[in-house]
Design a protein around this ligand. Sequence first.
Ligand SMILES: [Zn+2]
Length: 125
Amino acid sequence: MTETHTYVLSGYSGTPTTATVTIQSFDRPERMRRALKGLGKFWAFAVGSVFIPVAHFLLVPAFSLFGAYTFFERLGARQVVTTAEGTCPDCGRTQQLETGAGGGGRWRVPRDVACRYCQRSLRIS
Ligand SMILES: [Zn+2]
């Protein structure tokens, strides 16, 4: 399920503009599926690393732990941002906002982002 929300994007000066954020919601079975997929991928790497001499002492526990971390992170992620777009109130340029969308993490506001053109910090609220 995907929904679009409009937030206020404010900077240091000028009038605040709006940011359009597309959020994908996952219900319980979907979250479990995503979580298991993440776990399966990293545990497959862990098993694959068993056969690499010496490095396996480090790689096997690292992949196992990261798999577990991904599992719990995804299990709790009810809402994930797919795209966020807004116009910087300070320099007036429309852009994709860096919200960590690729990471698959949770969405919450207020969130601080930086304008990719004038580098000023903006707040989505
Ligand atoms: Zn700017």
